[in-house]
Design a protein around this ligand. Structure first.
Ligand SMILES: [Zn+2]
Ligand SMILES: [Zn+2]
Length: 686
């Protein structure tokens, strides 16, 4: 029996219960644990003999089970294997992992309620009446006319059909990767199988859903992501589990969908960091998708214009097959990349500020005159990153975090982007009373304001986490852009992802240099992907492609990253980065785990990690690095510390962690004031 308890608690592993009849593995049950009743799953009949359970859990060996949810078909062996692998790899309990990825609603229903729901869903045979909720679509059974394949698409499909290993579909933006996904799904569906399509962000699901719905009329499609209501999520999940839904589209949590006839997995934008869960079991949906496909012997397609260096390296090792699609559909060229050397510009007089380099401003004005659109990318939201007092040098720090509070001019607030603390902007400096406190630096709000005054005739829109907070506001702005009601669009990286802007002929990165010298070794990889993706937003219309440009304002115009960008040469960039990573012993040439500790004081967090490190001294091929504070070391009044564990061998690291981590549970008791500790396997940020 796998119940919902963390691995590093007293009751971590599988528990044993008796039941008057043999329940098949994968059956959902309610089981008593101590004085509570928890959700559980029957895990297998081959479990070893019960071990004595510690007194702390109430001595529950072989207690009778609560009641079983007989109406729900048991979760299959393949699904349980995925959970077992994920739990072992990410160092969690099997029950914790399993219950965390099932729809929460499932726990609230009793067997009778569930049976009723299932009966309703089973009746939903396709083709049926028009969908009531819009969650699933199955319009008329009319077959759509298929677009002709480009030679590259045809070759890709040919290679995919013959491949025995995971396929990395390395396709430029606009090369028609989606059509390849659609055809691959068609093949799976024709064989009576289900297809799973993963995308990094909820915002990207509607347009992909529309493409799939149009292509597969008469097929039932469901979506699975965190923006669904609990009832919708349960419904989608059940339809997939029953095998009714033939297409499952979703974000990272969908990798755990129970699909009894799984025949294909697609991971779109496989390089995207959103596939990594950042709390609880910090799993990578991309990596689990590859494992799941391999385990179930079904094809897996990883698509990207800028693959992750992990996947790229696996291609070099022959473990993945790279299928290239370098050309844009319709023969459109990639936009020309122009680097503006900020060092070469005439100095601005003291006290004034240069918003955009004069040639860039002129280029935007020219677009404006022609009725074309421009996108300006600035990776900092708000008005200014910090407010500053010139008299006493006070800065708008967050009292609860080691971070500045950002000045938002629209609602006159100072906001901490880490803990959320929001306060009215003070009228005077809180330290010395000076009235002259001023913003330093620039965020998207300020850039928008500056553009409005520089280009009085332009209609300037903005897309970032602030402007899209209310439901429907993102769609509204996007619609305005598509309708040609916006001339210049300012935004954060949200802009660069997936949206199809037909009339954009200029994209500019206003201040991208920061990532070149970041302490995060993945920062250049992310910057390159972002800029390539942003460049791909320009000239989607083949007719305009030739006139399209990507501008980059930089103080380091000779940097290798920009040289590769200029040549649209991902391969050159990846080769150089991998060389650096190899020399530094970093992923994909080493495996990492990050042990984090949170406490009220930095000393407690540090002491816990130091003691943990002392316990880890003996392991071969594993290096435990010194304890350091993370980038934001204090968050919401919690002090944080972390320690990196590294090994050139994934297996050695896994073995070490499995041996070492359980001991930290008892170590915890010796450190009063420790709030929590956690391990992050294959961390994205260190
Ligand atoms: Zn002051
Ligand atoms: Zn804060």
């Amino acid at each position: 029996m796998a119940v919902e308890t963390p691995r590093h608690s007293a009751v971590g592993g599988l528990l044993h219960y008796s039941h008057h009849q043999d329940l098949p593995p994968g059956t959902l049950v309610r089981a008593p644990l101590g004085r509570r009743e928890v959700a559980g799953l029957v895990w297998g009949l081959s479990e070893p003999e019960p071990e004595p359970v510690s007194a702390a859990s109430g001595g529950i060996t072989l207690r009778p089970l609560g009641h079983a949810l007989h109406s729900l078909p048991p979760l299959g062996a393949e699904w349980r294997a995925l959970i077992e692998f994920a739990a072992a790899y990410y160092q969690r309990g099997v029950g914790e992992m399993a219950l965390a990825v099932l729809p929460p609603e499932l726990r609230k229903l009793d067997d009778i309620q569930l049976a009723r729901r299932l009966a309703r869903l089973r009746k939903m045979q396709v083709p049926a009446d028009p969908a009531p909720s819009g969650l699933e679509r199955h319009p008329t059974a009319e077959a759509p006319t298929l677009p002709a394949l480009s030679p590259e698409q045809a070759a890709a499909l040919h290679a995919i059909a013959a491949a025995t290993q995971p396929v990395l579909l390395h396709g430029a933006t606009g090369s028609g990767k989606t059509e390849v996904y659609l055809r691959a799904a068609e093949t799976a569906l024709a064989q009576g199988r289900q297809a799973l399509v993963l995308v990094p962000e909820i915002n990207l699901t509607p347009q992909l859903e529309a493409r799939f719905a149009e292509r597969f009329p008469g097929r039932l499609m469901v979506s699975l992501h965190s923006a669904l209501t609990p009832a919708q999520r349960l419904r989608s999940w059940l339809l997939a589990h029953l095998g009714q839904a033939e297409l499952v589209l979703g974000t990272r949590l969908a990798v755990f969908a129970s699909m009894p006839r799984l025949g294909l997995i697609v991971v779109d934008e496989e390089h995207d960091p959103s596939f990594k869960q950042q709390e609880g079991a910090r799993y990578s949906a991309r990596d689990l998708a590859v494992w799941r496909a391999h385990h179930q012997r079904v094809p897996v397609l990883l698509g990207s214009a800028t693959p992750s260096l992990e996947s790229w390296q696996r291609v070099q090792e022959g473990r993945y097959l790279r299928v290239p699609m370098p050309s844009r559909i319709g023969g459109g060229a990639m936009p020309r990349v122009r680097l503006i050397d900020m060092n070469a510009l005439p100095k601005v007089p003291a006290g004034s500020e240069r918003v955009l380099a004069p040639p860039l401003l002129a280029a935007i004005e020219a677009r404006l005159a022609r009725g074309e659109q421009s996108l300006l990318l600035l990776n900092r939201r708000g008005y200014a990153p910090v407010l500053h007092c010139g008299a006493c040098s006070w800065k708008s720090g967050c009292p609860h975090c080691s971070a500045w509070r950002v000045f938002h001019k629209l609602d006159r607030t100072l906001r901490c982007h880490h803990c959320g603390l929001t306060e009215r902007v003070p009228k005077a400096c809180p330290e010395c009373g000076n009235l002259d406190i001023a913003p330093i630096g620039r965020g998207t709000e300020k850039l928008q304001e500056q553009l409005v005054s520089l280009l009085p005739t332009a209609r300037v829109g903005r897309i970032d986490a602030d402007s899209t907070r209310t439901v429907g506001s993102l769609e509204q702005t996007l619609q305005a852009v598509h309708a040609g009601e916006v001339d210049v669009l300012v935004g954060t990286q949200m802009l660069a992802k997936g949206h199809d802007f037909r009339r954009v002929t200029l994209v500019a990165a206003v201040n991208p240099d920061g990532a070149l010298f970041s302490s995060d070794f993945r920062a250049p990889e992310r910057l390159f992907a972002l800029l390539m993706q942003a460049a791909g937003r320009a000239g989607r219309d083949a007719a305009q492609a030739a006139a399209s440009e990507m501008w980059v304002q930089t103080w380091h115009p000779t940097h290798a990253l920009y040289a590769a960008l200029k040549a649209h040469d991902y391969e050159a960039f990846a080769t150089a980065q991998l060389k650096d990573r190899l020399a530094a012993g970093l992923p994909p040439f080493a495996s990492l785990a990050l042990l984090r500790a949170d406490a009220r004081t930095a000393e407690v967090a540090q002491a816990f990690l130091k003691d943990a490190a002392a316990m880890a001294r003996e392991y071969e091929k594993v290096t435990v690095y010194p304890v350091v504070p993370p980038h934001v070391s204090k968050l919401a009044d919690v002090e944080r510390m972390q320690m990196l564990v590294e090994s050139p061998s994934r297996v050695a690291l896994q073995r070490m962690l499995a041996d070492w981590l359980p001991g930290l549970h008892s170590l915890r008791a010796q450190h009063k004031g420790l709030l929590r500790w956690a391990v992050d396997i294959d961390p994205l940020a260190i």
